[in-house]
Design a protein around this ligand. Structure first.
Ligand SMILES: Nc1ncnc2c1ncn2[C@@H]1O[C@H](COP(=O)(O)OP(=O)(O)OP(=O)(O)O)[C@@H](O)[C@H]1O
Length: 460
């Protein structure tokens, strides 16, 4: 289990991670999501002891990474697949890692087989494609047969077959009772791979919940309704009845209506009472991507000026000490004055009070409200009224964090975060700092296999 308490990281004036508290439990794949620059890699580096937190702490199995006995056999990680000496073969790279951790050489051949690199095991890695490099990074993570695994963008560059393989691998590792923490920007993939999600925006926790609840909490369910073509009066009658009953109607491009705010049976009854025939009445639920976009759109720092959603971004209300621009505090999606959600029932239509307002919807769960078990408010161990990193007091139950209560409460209270510091706005194009080496990157090997590298052919 990975446990973070009040984890904060500042780089000078830049607050990369602020007061993060979460647990990553064994037995499930936990997805780690957040827009570019939101602090995912920084968090992973702190988990792996590659960066020191400015405040707070993070442990693996109760110990900070650096105090874990024989950490490489307990924790495996893929952070930067490019952190490999290109002149070495895949096999000698892995052998060097194995030697340093007291892992038998036969395990190297096992993991090369597992990741599908057996055929190119003796080729120099500098000729590897992006996907082959990812596979080698995954092999390094698996080397110690660890109980805890962290993967930063593991499917980056993989072909569809490779993506499917990674998905199944993650699930299998979790089903074996391991802790699997994986970041990705591919929402469709996360929806298929992860059961639980931790979502951050601008370094702060935005959601800690199951995928199912996350979608329910951050999306609007709707019904597609179609009345007979060429009979506009039928459509108008139903539209009036739906609006009278409190539903919202949006026209779909293909002539159907998108009805939100009413359960399907009620729409059917309304149609029956109005003597309207239906050609279609079907339920629709937003995808993880839609739900994610809805939650995080206000926390996106880097956005194309041609992105239509740019115009939908919430302009945070002016608050003393809160800088405007990309460093502003994460807004609350759906909050009064907040953004019109992507995937919202209709542009300009009221959002039924936001994600926590519990508007009626179709189906068993409210279409746009807190799902059972979801606890809006602060994360465990996060004091309710901390000053935010942007100098503004944060409302404890303003819907910034959706959290599923942990099964085991943290044994210790988190340390108090340091006084808030308003970060300076940075130019949008500011690059990240120098890349950190992945934990897998190690010094030169001294084994036979590495000596034989010189006679190995280039892969390309
Ligand atoms: N060593 C560093 N020095 C200064 N700033 C840093 C450093 N490392 C990260 N940052 C900044 O911290 C913020 C978080 O970066 P991080 O790489 O953790 O985000 P991320 O969520 O992993 O982004 P992405 O999805 O694009 O990989 C960014 O604004 C980044 O520029």
């Amino acid at each position: 289990m990975i446990e973070a308490y009040g984890l904060t990281k500042r780089y000078g004036a830049k607050t990369a991670v602020y007061n993060l508290s979460f647990q990553v439990r064994p037995g499930t794949v936990t997805g780690f999501l957040g827009p570019n620059g939101s602090g995912k890699s920084t968090t992973m580096r702190m988990i792996l002891g590659l960066d020191d937190p400015t405040a707070g702490r993070v442990t693996i199995g109760g110990h900070p990474y650096r105090r874990l006995p024989n950490a490489p056999r307990q924790v495996g990680a893929l952070l930067d697949a490019k952190a490999v000496h290109g002149g070495r073969s895949a096999r000698s790279h892995l052998l060097s890692l194995a030697q340093l951790s007291g892992i038998p050489a036969r395990r190297v051949d096992e993991v090369l087989d597992v990741v599908g690199l057996k055929q190119v095991a003796r080729k120099r890695s500098k000729g590897f494609s992006l996907g082959m490099g990812q596979r080698l990074g995954i092999a390094a993570a698996l080397l110690g047969d660890p109980q805890v695994l962290l993967f930063d963008e593991p499917v980056n560059g993989l072909d569809p077959e490779g993506i499917l393989w990674v998905r199944n691998l993650m699930k299998q590792l979790a089903s074996e009772g391991r802790t699997v923490f994986v970041s990705s920007h591919l929402m469709s993939e996360m929806a298929l791979t992860a059961e639980h999600l931790i979502v951050i925006g601008r370094g702060q926790l935005m959601a800690d919940t199951s995928v199912k609840q996350f979608i329910a909490q951050n999306s609007v369910g709707f019904a597609r309704v179609r009345t007979p073509e060429g009979e506009p009066e039928q459509r108008e009658k139903l539209q009036s009845a739906v609006k009278e009953a409190g539903g919202q109607v949006q026209q779909e491009e293909d002539g159907a209506m998108r009805v939100s705010g009413l359960p399907l049976p009620q729409i059917s009854d309304l149609a029956h009472s109005a003597d309207v025939r239906l050609w279609e009445l079907s339920p629709h639920q937003a995808s993880l991507e839609e739900a994610y976009m809805r939650l995080t759109q206000g926390a996106v720092d880097y956005r194309s000026s041609t992105d239509q959603r740019a115009g939908l971004q919430m302009q945070p209300a002016a608050q003393p000490g809160v800088p405007a621009g990309p460093q502003g505090p994460p807004p609350v999606p759906g909050a009064p004055g907040g953004p019109v959600g992507w995937g919202a029932p209709q542009p300009g239509a009221p959002l039924q009070g936001g994600p926590h307002a519990g508007a009626p919807g179709f189906g068993p769960a409210p279409a746009y409200g807190p799902a059972p078990g979801a606890v809006p408010g602060a994360a465990p161990g996060v004091p309710g009224e901390q000053p935010g990193p942007y100098g503004a007091a944060q409302a404890p139950a303003a819907g910034q964090v959706w959290h599923t209560p942990p099964q085991q409460p943290p044994a210790q209270q988190p340390p108090q975060p340091q006084p808030a510091q308003a970060p300076q706005p940075v130019p949008a194009a500011q690059p990240d700092s120098a890349p950190q080496p992945a934990p897998a990157a190690r010094p030169e090997p001294s084994d036979d296999a590495s000596r034989s590298d010189s006679s190995e052919d280039d892969a390309r």
